[in-house]
Design a protein around this ligand. Structure first.
Ligand code: HEM
Ligand code: HEM
Length: 173
């Protein structure tokens, strides 16, 4: 089976780890703050900005390295669904950090990326509040989309048993 380039796969799993961590930090901020002894939302912002940068790199890389062709047996609807979900995921990976940046610009706290000061946009409170609402709803929409994405991967692994996940794993000799 043809696989994704190891760089594509590496970026996929690094992004997946960061996204799961930053969703957990947003949803369970209080308990995680106690457990980690550091501000959950500050870490959420730093990881979110990292995801934005990685996604820009990933899209540039992806434009020059096509996805391996899907198995012949893949139906048209399935191809369309996979394509749409992947495109939407890229949209969220760029859109949510941008909304987060606007919402945080409207808030009272200074912005940092792992301790490095980041300039804030001069936005009014109402723009910041609108971005906050979109960021939170968008965040939940992305969680729903990820649930579908992960369910599809597990369905291929355990029901269809076509070892599709190997496409996203480095080759094991
Ligand atoms: C949690 C954050 C995740 C994000 C943001 C994400 C995003 C993406 C994106 C954008 C693609 C399309 C790659 C391309 O063709 O350009 C992709 C492919 C893929 N993802 Fe994820 N993913 C995540 C988690 C996971 C997890 C947890 C699994 C496994 C359980 C998984 C399994 C796969 C597989 C197998 C493919 C390749 C599909 C194919 O064969 O074409 N992903 N993912
Ligand atoms: C892929 C990247 C991101 C994802 C998936 C994401 C996801 C989320 C989610 C699901 C929430 C909702 C928590 C809740 O209230 O229930 C949230 C809240 C928040 N996010 Fe993000 N986020 C991302 C990037 C960012 C970035 C880059 C920033 C700032 C620079 C940021 C700042 C915030 C702030 C300040 C909140 C709290 C908002 C409020 O409760 O009013 N996020 N995020």
């Amino acid at each position: 089976m043809e696989r994704y380039h190891p760089v594509s796969a590496g970026l996929h799993w690094l992004t997946a780890t960061l996204v799961i961590a930053l969703i957990a930090l947003a949803l369970f901020d209080q308990p995680l703050e106690k457990a980690l002894g550091t501000s959950s939302i500050r870490l959420h912002k730093s990881l979110g900005m990292t995801v934005f940068g990685l996604t820009l790199l990933r899209i540039l890389w992806r434009l020059r390295h096509r996805a391996p062709p899907l198995p012949e047996s893949t139906g048209r609807m399935q191809r369309a669904a996979a394509w749409a979900v992947h495109l939407l995921l890229y949209g969220f990976l760029l859109g949510l950090p941008l909304l987060g940046y606007v919402l945080s610009s409207g808030g009272p706290y200074p912005m940092h990326w792992f301790g490095i000061a980041v300039a804030k946009l001069p936005v009014s409170k109402s723009v910041g509040d609108a971005a906050a609402a979109l960021h939170v709803w968008g965040g939940y929409a992305m969680i729903a989309l990820l649930a579908m994405h992960i369910a599809a991967a597990l369905h291929h692994q355990f029901v269809v048993r076509d070892r599709l996940i190997l496409r996203m794993l480095p080759a094991i000799r």
